[in-house]
Design a protein around this ligand. Structure first.
Ligand SMILES: Cc1cc2nc3c(=O)[nH]c(=O)nc-3n(C[C@H](O)[C@H](O)[C@H](O)COP(=O)(O)O)c2cc1C
Length: 362
């Protein structure tokens, strides 16, 4: 059967379908549990959360499902002290000057102090270990081999994100159990950590077989996969599983703002672009007013996580006031294929479609 792969065996799941971690409140415990209960792997994006909130979320997921799930973190890359202060001041001024941004939000941006990263990565990791989560996944970098060894010694499976063959090699060398190959179609942030230039923008059809040929650990295909056709294609390319983010955004269990969900479902005529405008790190998104306004900015956009912190007051304001034109509408190039199902129903549809597509090919 197509669903019995090395990934289902390693992760202890029934179907090689992983719901992508989506930090920022999208991958709620309810979404994670619904996918894991349906036989896939639900993943909780905890990158922006305090260690204490991560612990609470893990316990909530455990109350909701008995099945395996993953917790995902961001590998820290940059010391905020490296960032040019003038670039920050100039960006603050520009954001304040944007049409529609109320003065009190402009004031909040001006007052932002960016002297420390919000949460300590090693404290976040300590929670992952103490709570003995079944699976840990990560993006934006590669932990040191001894750290991965510590996780594996506690029986925690480890999966890392690669956008190139070189990154996949590095992850394998560090000891991961599986590599998530993130194609350039993927929604949200690029996981690139060796190079973040155009050479890391490899489409999934080219990326998956190259990585599968070069490394021994299993490969999970991620980016633009929205239905059974995409799953079959990924398996044919040599992946042992898929990780899907955008497809799950419209699900009722997903924590996205209702207008964000509507924007994804109605994205047929919208531009889907890669931008650093919201966070300082390249990310794929549905273009809106904020992004077009940022194109006029003459200076250089401060790197992640500084720009991410600078635009947070705008995004919070946009969510409170139902202004999708200023929300970060992260979505992959497949978003026009999105459908409005609950997470469990979407899983059932994906499983059925995959069998049907395979049947029609044979
Ligand atoms: C809204 C959103 C948030 C994301 N957040 C994370 C995250 O916190 N951690 C992570 O490893 N990947 C994250 N990703 C990337 C996904 O893991 C995955 O690569 C991507 O969703 C695949 O492309 P697709 O959206 O076309 O399915 C995010 C993607 C989206 C759409």
């Amino acid at each position: 059967m197509w669903n019995d792969t090395v990934i289902t065996r390693i992760l202890g799941i029934r179907y090689p379908i992983i719901q992508a971690p989506m930090a920022g409140g999208l991958s709620t415990p309810e979404l994670v549990a619904a996918v894991s209960d349906a036989g896939g792997l639900g993943s909780f994006g905890a990158g922006y959360m305090s260690p204490q909130s991560i612990r609470v979320a893990i316990r909530k997921i455990r109350q909701l499902t008995k099945n395996p799930f993953a917790i995902n973190l961001f590998i820290p890359q940059r010391d905020l002290h490296d960032v040019n202060r003038e670039a920050i001041t100039s960006m603050k001024q520009y954001l304040r000057s944007l049409k529609d941004i109320p003065p009190e939000i402009g004031e909040e941006i001006s007052q932002l102090s960016l002297d420390h990263t919000p949460f300590d990565f090693s404290e976040q990791m300590a929670v992952i270990i103490e709570e003995q989560v079944p699976i840990f996944s990560f993006t934006f970098g590669c932990p040191a081999a001894p750290d991965i060894e510590t996780l594996k010694a506690r029986n925690i499976r480890v999966m890392g994100t690669a956008t190139t063959v070189a990154e996949a090699f590095e992850l394998e060398k560090a000891g991961v159990d599986a590599v998530i190959a993130q194609g350039s179609e993927a929604g949200g942030h690029r996981g690139s950590f060796l190079d973040s230039d155009d050479s890391s923008l490899v489409g999934l059809v080219a990326l998956v077989p190259q990585i599968a040929d070069e490394i021994k650990v299993p490969v999970i295909a991620s980016g633009g996969i929205m239905d059974g056709r995409g799953i079959v294609a990924a398996l044919a390319l040599g992946a042992a599983g898929v990780q899907m983010g955008t497809a799950f955004i419209p699900a009722r269990e997903c924590g996205a703002h209702s207008q964000y969900k509507e924007a994804v479902l109605a994205s047929h005529r919208q531009k889907n672009v890669l931008t650093t405008a919201f966070s300082g790190k390249p990310a794929r998104i549905i273009q809106n007013t904020f992004i077009t306004s940022m194109k006029q900015y003459q200076g250089s956009i401060p790197p992640y996580p500084v720009q991410n912190a600078l635009t947070t007051p705008i995004r919070n304001w946009a969510a409170k006031n139902s202004r999708p034109d200023f929300m970060s509408l992260w979505a992959g190039q497949g978003s026009p294929l999105s459908r409005e199902y609950g997470a469990g129903d979407l899983m059932a549809v994906l499983i059925k479609e995959t069998s049907q597509v395979l049947g029609s090919l044979s």
